[in-house]
Design a protein around this ligand. Sequence first.
Ligand code: ATP
Ligand code: MG
Length: 200
Amino acid sequence: MSKEILKLGIMGGTFNPIHQGHLVTAEVVRDEFKLDKVIFIPSGKPPHKDNNEIVSSDHRWMMTVLATISNKYFSVSSIEVKKKGESYTRDTILELKKIYGEASDCYFITGADVIAEISTWHKVKDLPKLTKFIAVSRPGYKLDINKIDSRFRKCTYLIEVPALAISSTEIRKRVKGRQSIKYLLPEAVESYIYKNSLYL
Ligand code: ATP
Ligand code: MG
């Protein structure tokens, strides 16, 4: 086993579907922080009734693979998808460290909306020991260090990424309304959505 310490970007999300906002964010952060890899981790499907808008984990995993295939630094992990229900970020990072080495230098990438809610996550106490956070700007949300839970401020970097006001919610609405989604996400993902009649 190599002793090299890897700098790992971890990009968690529902990816329902993955879009250019996710991809530009991951690539800008990878480049700026000189990360060896960015691992996209689609979430499992939470077993709640109000989640019928979320397509299956298999579809979201496949779309994430299609979207990231052309970037040699990107990979997709099925850690959370395999668990089906909800996963804790802490457990996911511990599993990644088992795979890539306990000393791996982890950077968890989130948008401004997600970092603001971090104190509502479960089992967050240990997180600052396991990973750093990179909070990126996102149109419609304010990126403010004072809005971030004080336990995480020391291990959080704030960075500006080119603004893309794209969300999966907007893409799902557009598909349902038979509006074009061209250029909002990779062409292969667009084709996959139509081929499998997703979001109709
Ligand atoms: P939904 O509308 O279904 O919530 P989403 O577009 O917010 O979807 P998620 O899968 O929820 O996508 O987001 C995964 C991560 O990517 C989150 O940390 C989120 O803040 C970030 N993110 C999503 N879209 C953008 C964007 N356009 N710019 C920057 N960050 C983004
Ligand atoms: Mg979201």
